[in-house]
Design a protein around this ligand. Structure first.
Ligand code: FAD
Length: 389
């Protein structure tokens, strides 16, 4: 793997074996670092749910040698169709036409974790399960991939309680109907929307989001009664009632987040993924950003033996992009849930765009999908030399 080789033999401790921590372990180990991952869970389990993985993240999986394994467990996604609550088409964003060579895919989170786990172990990194970190270890390099409640984030930025975003999301899996169309469908109603897409191996993923004023449960996610989900989306039409009729179990998440962290590192600690920039899932980029972070962090550390300077470069390369993505996901939340005259006007404008300039809609998001983390220049910017007049 190209790089100056500054990581060779260096010990790195990572807290968290989620998608971000495992990708970081892989990226660092493949550059020669001696990596240990500490995970509090006793097994790498994932609650049944799918995610969309766009080309910006798929490029990293390819570059880390996990692309073929990932392709086997994931399904292609040819686009996103926005529909109104009745099921009528509002707009179609055609990935396959806009970027035929790029990998837009969907995957069960557990399958992606398995792919990463296999690759991390093959690369020689150690994963220690049942290892909750209560006090941050005094490691020469400590990476916090410890999610929304990150201790490393708190050490760098001060303790903050995540805030409730006013959105709750159910997730469910059902069997995929024969001949199901490829790609994601988003059904938009006042104050709520439902996203569904096929996964590999005969499954359909459902994410149903409802605005709420408060989230009281102590836990962030919990199993819920499928009838509550059905009641919340009872006014939706098209295929939605048939899909929801099949849900036998589901969980609900109160969606919480922080602002994007102001400080991503000090001289020997850094954060990535949800620890740095938890986001609403309405642009399907939370895990994708974590995967991008992982590559860029390893590339910066490998390119520059001066660790504090490499970590400064990492934050400079990553933070502006993550701020922009988090904002775009917030904007989607507002646009999906419009009601009354604003909804009518919004949907009419989208329908017009669909007819007159369908490619232009994709191009508005091209900055998300065309980004290639493996092509960034990880080297520190040369010092500015003062010149006399
Ligand atoms: C409804 C919904 C839909 C989504 N859909 C998409 C999508 O389509 N595409 C997409 O890209 N993203 C999506 N996301 C976002 C994505 O799931 C997250 O952004 C991503 O999983 C974050 O990964 P992470 O590794 O940073 O954190 P996490 O997955 O939270 O992993 C953190 C890990 O650290 C461990 N840990 C925490 N504290 C400690 C400790 N003290 N000691 C030891 N271990 C610790 C945890 O056990 C966990 O394993 C969605 C999210 C939601 C809620």
């Amino acid at each position: 793997m190209a790089g100056a080789g500054a990581l060779a033999g260096r010990p790195v401790t990572i807290i968290g074996a989620g998608i971000g921590g495992l990708t970081a372990a892989l990226a660092l180990a493949r550059r020669g670092a001696s990596v240990t991952v500490l995970e509090r869970a006793g097994a790498l389990r994932e609650v049944g749910a799918g995610i969309q993985v766009s080309p910006n993240a798929a490029r990293v999986l390819d570059a880390l040698g996990a692309g073929a394994d990932f392709t086997t467990v994931s399904a292609p996604s040819h686009g996103v169709t926005l529909r109104d609550a009745a099921g009528a088409r509002v707009l179609h964003m055609d990935f396959a036409k806009a970027r035929p060579a790029a990998a837009f895919r969907t995957v069960h989170r557990a399958r992606l974790i398995e792919v990463l786990d296999r690759a991390v172990r093959a690369a020689g990194a150690a994963i220690r399960l049942d290892s909750p970190v209560e006090v941050l270890p005094d490691a020469p390099l400590l990476i916090g991939a410890d999610g929304l409640h990150s201790r490393v984030r708190a050490a760098l930025n001060g303790a903050e309680t995540p805030f409730f975003t006013g959105q709750a999301a159910w997730r469910a899996l059902i069997a995929l109907e024969p001949g199901a169309a490829n790609g994601a469908q988003v059904f938009m109603g006042p104050g709520r929307h439902l996203v569904s897409y096929p996964l590999a191996h005969g499954l359909r993923n459902i994410v149903a989001v409802e605005e709420r004023t408060a989230w009281t449960p102590e836990d962030w996610s919990r199993p819920d009664d499928p009838d509550t989900l059905r009641a919340a989306f009872a006014r939706f039409g098209g295929p939605v009632p048939g899909w929801l009729a099949q849900v036998t179990e589901c969980s609900i998440w109160g969606l919480h987040r922080h602002q994007v962290a102001a400080r991503w590192h000090d001289d020997r600690r850094a954060i990535l993924g949800d620890a740095a920039h938890p986001t609403l899932p309405f642009l399907a980029q939370g895990a994708c950003m974590a995967i991008e972070d992982a590559w860029v962090l390893a590339a910066c550390l490998d390119a520059d033996a001066d660790q504090p300077r490499a970590l400064t470069r990492y934050q400079a390369l990553r933070r502006p992009r993550c701020v922009r993505i988090v904002q775009a996901a917030n904007d989607n939340a507002r646009n999906y849930h419009l009601s009354g005259p604003r909804r009518m006007a919004g949907h009419t404008a989208l329908r017009l765009a669909d007819r007159l300039a369908p490619r232009a809609v994709f191009e508005r998001f091209a900055w998300v999908y065309d980004y290639d983390p493996t092509a960034i220049d990880p080297a520190p910017a040369p010092p500015t030399v003062a010149r006399s007049a």
